[in-house]
Ligand binder design. Structure first.
Ligand code: GCU
Length: 744
């Protein structure tokens, strides 16, 4: 008898393996209390078509409740109520069967009404997608042990809540850190869409309604007949979750793929070509959400090649999708990456406003300009992009990055909710009226019909989706804040923790503390005072390399020399960038006294000895902040380690590994950056730590035997400029002679 029991246990443990692939939708059993006794006995989903989100809602409710409460409810689509049911459907379907619901009058597109107050649980969506959102909300509350009676209407803050994947046709992912693409392989759309459907489920549960599946640096072969079939397959897999598929386009496709002699957006042949292609795409994906276009940016083709405006380019696509109800997300990430640093007035941060300000009002109604949150490129801290306040007759969306490109690439813990919240709540004070970014992108402030958010996610085939269990809080928070930016990031985080790791108080407190400290810590040891993430900007965007910021055309300059540092973006003496903001904000940033310290070097060029509001000098703040940030990262290891036995071993070990790595890499960051600025300024650290590492075992003081030495670039990432290959660092614990040990 022992054998089958063992087998059963094995199956059970396999079925519940915590490899992360269910994300926050684990539906872990919750301790039952008395109030579960009167729980409904059936589910009525008011649509039995399998591709319908309402059908999905019924299935999800059945599985979720079974898993959370151990109750097997019958699920059917007949409207006949049993004694007590969970009824899910659209407001219209509900009204037909059971009569009108007064509260449903307040529902907006994608919104839902959820009530557990009566005998029945009522989940009614303004549309099918809304009904599914309501079902997920109900399940989320059950999974968090919340059985209270409640009744409310929940509407989205903005209509566009999309994610962007930067997946290439060959299966690689630009800035993806979790393995190859779930969408493409070897130039083609994948056959097996299981992971695609699972991803769609996760996205639907956080109320995402659209996805661009391919890289903004787009490959026109996506438009081949075989790939259009494939796109149809992807859309079919995601439709039951209410996720609409969209694609990125390469502007030159008419020429490079279609065989035309031109891709001029005002050439009728080009227009006709796109109309035809678009019709074909819609033949395969009748509910396609729309297109995403990166044009005239970082070497990508665009309308400027033909002296046409960016609006001419965007409107060409807008015309093509308009008859199908599609929209065009046109990226504002347009800049010249060959600007000359010797000109004090040159500034990449000015590019978006310069390119777009004269085009305001010239875009078709179904165009949305998609703006990165800051003027440069997803740095650890940037002010909100001034373009949000410039475009008043154009719909806009904010672009955020879940994938941690400049922010430690998922090897460093960085909970982004607080960063996004700060930007969304930032008040542009346009016309001296409240003009928060969140209300601009929703369309409310400037009365635009469209608007919302796009989050670059870049999930891969790794079971953790993002390559790190803890990084999933970012995807969760992105969806939640896109729906409701008024939410508090810490509360969102704690919902995610309960759903992902359960109810243990210590687990909750520890992950909350670590996550909430993670942005300040990373900012402290990477780049502070608004100087940007001082990473290698030329290649990997990973690890410290402040020297790469300057001396090239990319424009992520720090203008650091022996005496001073920072970009002078004032109107009076600098690039004029501060003047791109509405007057009240412009004045604040123009004046060094009123510029917050955390953006000081973004807007001002100062001596290293310039005193901050804290009383410290800039250079001493650099030194201290780097020590403080690295210290916090060390503490993460201890904090996480204290959860041993409270988190399943699979996830515990994985996170411990990453935290240990981060702790080491934070020291590399700390010492590299501090050394770099010490070498440059020759100003000693008041606490005598910088350039003084008595505890280090220097390679040059030892004889290496059996190891090959490599010179390190950037040199300041290793003391004595030397290292041995990473694979040998496992020997660190035995402290072999001749090995430089970076992590002590
Ligand atoms: C960054 C990123 C690129 C990406 C680009 C974009 O520069 O490093 O990989 O293509 O942004 O957003 O278009």
């Amino acid at each position: 008898m022992a054998y089958p029991v063992l087998f059963f246990c094995l199956l059970l443990s396999l079925a519940t393996a915590e490899d992360g692939h269910r994300g926050w939708l684990r539906y872990a059993p919750v301790p039952q209390t008395g109030s579960y006794a009167s729980f409904p006995t059936s589910i009525i989903a008011l649509n039995s078509t399998r591709s319908s989100p309402v059908y999905t809602a019924g299935q999800e409710l059945q599985q979720g409740i079974n898993s959370i409460l151990g109750k097997q409810l019958s699920a059917n689509s007949t409207s006949e109520k049993t004694f007590s049911s969970i009824i899910v459907g659209t407001v219209d379907a509900y009204a037909k069967s059971y009569g009108e619901i007064d509260e449903a009058e307040d529902l907006e597109e994608d919104g839902f009404y959820l009530s557990t107050e009566g005998r029945n649980v009522v989940i009614v969506g303004q549309n099918e997608r809304g009904a599914l959102y309501g079902a997920f909300e109900y399940l989320s509350r059950l999974a968090q042990g919340n059985l209270d009676a409640f009744s409310f209407v929940d509407n989205p803050h903005a209509p566009i809540r999309w994610v962007n994947q930067w997946d290439n046709m060959d299966g690689s992912i630009e800035r993806g850190y979790a393995g190859p693409s779930i969408f493409f392989r070897n130039g083609l759309v994948v056959d097996n869409t299981t992971r695609v459907a699972e991803y769609a489920k996760l996205l639907a549960s956080i109320r995402i309604n659209g996805i661009i599946v391919n890289n903004v640096n787009a490959n026109a072969t996506l438009l081949s007949a075989q790939n259009l079939d494939g796109l149809g397959r992807l859309a079919d897999a995601m439709r039951p979750y209410g996720i609409q598929l969209g694609i990125s386009l390469n502007f030159a496709s008419p020429q490079t793929f279609g065989g035309l002699s031109t891709f001029d957006p005002l050439d009728p042949k080009v227009d006709a070509w796109w109309a035809n292609v678009t019709n074909q795409v819609y033949a395969h994906v009748p509910d396609m959400a729309g297109y995403l276009v990166k044009a005239n940016s970082e070497g990508q083709p665009g309308p400027l090649t033909y002296n046409r405006t960016l609006a001419d380019g965007a409107n060409m696509f807008a015309r093509a999708v308009e008859p199908h109800g599609g929209i065009v997300m046109f990226r504002a990430f347009v800049y010249d990456n060959h600007i000359n640093e010797t000109n004090w007035k040159n500034d990449r941060a000015n590019a978006a406003v310069e390119f777009f300000q004269d085009l305001d009002g010239k875009f078709d109604e179904n165009v949305v300009v998609q703006i990165k949150y800051g003027p440069i490129d997803f740095q650890v801290r940037e002010p909100a992009s001034p373009l949000f306040s410039t475009l008043r007759n154009t719909s806009t969306a904010i672009e955020l990055q879940i994938t941690q490109e400049y922010l430690g690439q998922q090897c460093h813990l960085l909970y982004l909710g607080p960063l996004w919240k700060e930007i969304l709540e930032f008040d542009m004070k346009a016309d001296d009226r409240p003009s928060k970014v969140k209300d601009i992108i929703s369309g409310e402030r400037f009365r635009r019909p469209l608007g919302g958010s796009a989050g670059v996610v870049n999930v891969g085939t790794n079971t953790t989706w993002l390559g790190s269990h803890l990084a999933m809080s970012n995807l969760y928070a992105y969806g939640k804040l896109a729906w409701d930016p008024a939410l508090e990031p810490e509360e969102v985080l704690q919902d995610w923790i309960r759903l992902t790791f359960g109810f243990d108080r210590q687990v909750m407190n520890t992950i909350t503390n670590m996550s909430m400290q993670s942005w300040p810590a990373y900012e402290n040891y990477s780049g502070n005072l608004g100087i940007q993430t001082l990473t290698d900007i030329l290649y990997a965007h990973y690890g410290p390399n402040p020297a790469t910021q300057d001396g090239n055309g990319w424009g992520q300059w720090t203008r650091a020399d022996k005496f001073s540092i920072g970009m002078d973006r004032t109107v009076s003496n600098g690039t004029g960038n501060a003047g791109q903001y509405p007057p009240a904000v412009a004045q604040q940033y123009e004046n060094i006294e009123t510029t917050p310290d955390n953006l000081l070097l973004w807007f001002h060029h100062v001596n290293y000895t310039h005193p901050l509001k804290s009383g410290k000098t800039v250079i001493q703040h650099f030194y201290d902040a780097h020590y403080e940030g690295a210290k916090t990262a060390q503490e993460f290891v201890k904090q996480w380690a204290s959860l041993k036995g409270k988190v399943d071993s699979e996830r515990f070990d994985h996170v411990l590994f990453l935290q240990t790595y981060q702790a080491g890499h934070a020291l590399v960051w700390r010492d590299s950056i501090n050394q770099f600025y010490y070498n440059l300024s020759e100003i000693p650290d008041a606490a005598k730590r910088v350039n003084n590492h008595p505890y280090r075992i220097e390679a040059e003081d030892m004889s290496l035997s059996g190891y090959k030495r490599y010179s390190v670039n950037p040199f300041h990432a290793a003391s004595g400029y030397n290292a041995i290959p990473h694979s040998l660092l496992q020997l660190v614990s035995t402290r072999p002679r001749g090995v430089w040990i970076p992590f002590i």
